[in-house]
Design a protein around this ligand. Structure first.
Ligand SMILES: [Zn+2]
Length: 355
C-alpha cells in the first residue's frame, strides 16, 4: 500500500500548538468523514469509530498538538516577547523566522539577535533565555503590533514539508502528525476490510504540556485495547547513541515497538508476532521508565491492555524533524492488522498478566 504523502503534508501544514489544536483536528475530521463521523469534547480531543457496535473496543491514538511559543508582551516599540508551549530549545530561535497566529491571520516575525560583531565573548557562547529574546514583526509601535496580534496568540515554526533523499522529509510538526497519520490510515485500512472489533481513532490534545487530553479521553472511553502512537528518537545520526536510547532505532526500518514498562507484555508480543506474520518490518526498543507520551495516562485512566509504538524521528522538537513516511504507513498497516487479529475471538483474560 502506498504512503499517502499528501495526507501527511496536509497534517503538517496545520499550525496547532497545545491549546490551539483545532486546525489540525479539522484535518482529521475532514479526512475521516467518508468512513466515520467524528465527535469531540471541550478539551479539544477528537475521535471517530469504525464498526461502532463491534467488540472488542480497540482505540488507536496519537496526540495532535505540537510544541510552540506564545505571545506574552508587546513593548512600546512593537517588539514581541514570548514564552514556550512545551519543550522548546531557546538555542534554536535567534535569527529564525516564526509565524504568530493572530485572529485575523498569520503574521510573520523574525527572532532578533545582536550581531555577533557586537557581542561579548560571553554572549557569543550562550543562547539568550527566552525572556531575553524578542520577535520583530516589522511594527514601530505597540499599537501597530497589537493591530496584528494579541497577548496569548500562539507561535510556531513556519510549516514545512521539505523533501530529502531516500523518501525522507523535514517538518516541524512530525511530532506527532506522523502518529496522527498512523491513526487515520489505520482506520482507512480497517474500514476497507472490517472485522468484529470496534476501532476508534482518537486524536488527543495537551500532550506536550500535561497529557490531560489523553487522560480525559481514557476516562470517557474505557476501551479493551489502546494502541498509542507517537514519535521516538532515532539513534542513527551523529547526535545519539543506541546504547543510551534502549536500542538501535533507524529511519526506514519500520515502527518502533516499545517492550518493557510502556505497555501490556502479552499485547506487545502479539504485535511483534502479527508484524512478522504480515511481513511488516518493525524495530523493538527497550522501555525501562516513562515513555514521555500519552501511554501512561491512557493505561492508568483507561485500564486497557496498552501497546506503545512510535515512528522513528531525528531532531525532535526542532524546525526540521526528519522522518521517513513509509515508517508511518507501516505503522498504520500494523495497527489495522492487530485490530483484525484481536477480532478473532476476544479473551480479556489473555492480557491479565500471569506468571
Ligand atoms: Zn509526541
Amino acid at each position: 500500500m502506498a504512503t499517502d504523502l499528501e495526507l501527511l503534508r496536509e497534517l503538517c501544514a496545520a499550525a496547532a500548538p497545545t491549546g490551539f489544536e483545532a486546525p489540525a483536528q479539522e484535518v482529521v475530521r475532514r479526512r475521516l468523514a467518508p468512513i466515520a463521523a467524528a465527535q469531540g469534547d471541550a478539551l479539544g480531543n477528537l475521535w471517530a469509530d469504525v464498526v461502532p457496535e463491534g467488540s472488542p473496543h480497540v482505540v488507536v491514538t496519537a496526540h495532535n498538538d505540537q510544541i510552540g511559543l506564545i505571545v506574552t508582551y508587546v513593548d512600546e516599540h512593537g517588539f514581541v516577547s514570548f514564552d514556550k508551549i512545551g519543550g522548546v530549545d531557546p538555542q534554536l530561535l535567534p535569527g529564525r523566522n516564526l509565524v504568530i497566529h493572530g485572529s485575523a491571520g498569520p503574521v510573520n516575525g523574525v527572532v532578533g539577535r545582536k550581531p555577533s560583531h557586537k557581542m561579548t565573548a560571553e554572549e557569543r557562547a550562550k543562547a539568550p533565555d527566552l525572556h531575553e529574546q524578542w520577535i520583530d514583526v516589522g511594527a514601530s509601535t505597540r499599537e501597530e503590533a497589537l493591530a496584528l496580534i494579541q497577548v496569548g496568540d500562539p507561535i510556531t515554526f513556519p510549516a514545512n514539508f521539505l523533501p530529502l533523499a531516500n523518501g525522507r522529509f523535514g517538518s516541524p510538526a512530525f511530532d506527532n502528525r506522523a502518529g496522527v497519520y498512523v491513526c487515520i490510515r489505520a482506520m482507512e485500512h480497517y474500514a476497507a476490510v472490517p472485522a468484529a472489533a470496534r476501532l476508534t481513532a482518537l486524536a488527543t490534545v495537551h500532550e506536550e504540556t500535561t497529557f490531560m487530553g489523553a487522560k480525559a479521553a481514557a476516562l470517557r472511553m474505557q476501551p479493551d485495547v489502546m494502541i498509542v502512537v507517537d514519535v521516538d528518537f532515532a539513534s542513527d545520526d551523529p547526535g545519539l547513541d543506541a546504547k543510551k536510547l534502549g536500542g538501535e532505532v533507524k529511519l526506514g526500518a519500520g515502527p518502533v515497538i516499545h517492550r518493557g514498562t510502556a505497555g501490556n507484555l502479552a499485547l506487545t508480543d502479539l504485535a511483534i508476532a502479527v508484524a512478522k506474520e504480515e511481513g511488516i518490518a518493525v524495530q523493538v526498543k527497550a522501555m525501562g521508565g516513562r515513555t514521555s507520551t500519552d501511554a501512561e495516562e491512557l493505561m492508568a485512566a483507561g485500564q486497557a491492555a496498552t501497546l506503545s509504538f512510535s515512528i522513528p524521528l531525528r531532531n525532535m522538537h526542532s524546525a526540521f524533524e526528519v522522518v521517513q513516511p513509509d515508517d508511518a504507513e507501516a505503522g498504520a498497516l500494523l495497527a489495522a492488522a492487530i485490530t483484525r487479529r484481536l477480532s478473532e475471538g476476544w479473551d480479556a483474560e489473555r492480557f491479565v498478566p500471569r506468571a
